[in-house]
Design a protein around this ligand. Sequence first.
Ligand code: SF4
Ligand code: SF4
Length: 103
Amino acid sequence: MAYVITEPCIGTKDTSCADVCPVDCIHPAPGEENADTATMLYIDPSECIDCDACVEACPVDATMAEDDVPAQWEVFKEINRAYYEQGHEAGEGMVKQYLESRG
Ligand code: SF4
Ligand code: SF4
């Protein structure tokens, strides 16, 4: 399993989760490439150790265990994974597509 960042991060993106993650698997963190332009932050599922720290830290409840992701945000599991497997542009493109489909 891994943790996932979901829709409420979009437009909030305060990076508190990246500050507390013990394995630095949340990106782009402040100062990193694409940090200023990213729509949201993303969790690397291959690095996440399921510690739960990011859940407590998030002011808008955007972070959650994969198994707790509600149906309407199911695609964010794929979005977080794609960001690391396919790159920044691919992840951001999927977020854009999600927002357009939501209307
Ligand atoms: S659950 Fe822990 S390891 Fe996984 S992203 Fe959140 S803070 Fe990082
Ligand atoms: S703490 Fe929540 S809103 Fe802030 S960057 Fe992390 S997931 Fe997004």
